[in-house]
Design a protein around this ligand. Structure first.
Ligand code: AMP
Ligand code: ZN
Length: 115
C-alpha cells in the first residue's frame, strides 16, 4: 500500500466508496464523478501506478480485473447491449490517480472516437 495513494486508501477501507464487487485481487467501486449511468473503477489491491507498469507477471491480475469488469457489466445488464473498458495512462490521456484503474462505462451510447 502506498500511504498517500487515494485508491490504496479506498482498498484499505480508509476512504469510503460504493463497492460494486470485490475479491482477493481487486476492488470495483462506483466513480465519484460518473461519465455514464454505470461508471465503475476496477483496481487491483496491489499498488501499481498505471497500465504502463503492467508486465507479463501481472497476467493473472489483469485477468482478475477483466473478470471483475465482466461481472459488473452483468450486474447492470450491460453485457448484451455493450460497455466500454478504458485505461488512461499519463497526462495526455487524463490519468488523475496514479494507481492503475480500469474504467467500466455502460448505460448509454458511447461515442467513438472518445474525446
Ligand atoms: P483517471 O482520470 O483515468 O485517472 O480516473 C480517475 C477517476 O477516479 C476519475 O473518473 C474520478 O472521478 C475518480 N475518482 C476520484 N476520486 C474518487 C473517489 N474518492 N471515489 C471514486 N472515484 C473517484
Ligand atoms: Zn495505490
Amino acid at each position: 500500500m502506498a500511504e498517500s495513494c487515494l485508491f490504496c486508501r479506498i482498498v484499505g477501507g480508509e476512504i469510503p466508496a460504493r463497492i460494486a464487487f470485490q475479491d482477493e485481487a481487486v476492488v470495483a467501486f462506483h466513480d465519484l464523478n460518473p461519465q455514464a449511468p454505470t461508471h465503475v473503477l476496477v483496481v487491483p489491491r496491489q499498488h501499481i501506478p498505471s497500465a504502463d507498469a503492467i508486465g507479463p507477471e501481472h497476467g493473472p491480475l489483469l485477468a482478475a480485473m477483466l473478470g471483475a469488469a465482466q461481472r459488473v457489466a452483468r450486474q447492470v445488464g450491460a453485457h448484451e447491449r455493450g460497455y466500454r473498458l478504458v485505461f488512461n495512462h499519463g497526462p495526455a490521456a487524463g490519468q488523475s490517480v496514479d494507481h492503475v484503474h480500469l474504467h467500466v462505462l455502460a448505460g448509454r451510447k458511447l461515442d467513438w472516437p472518445p474525446g
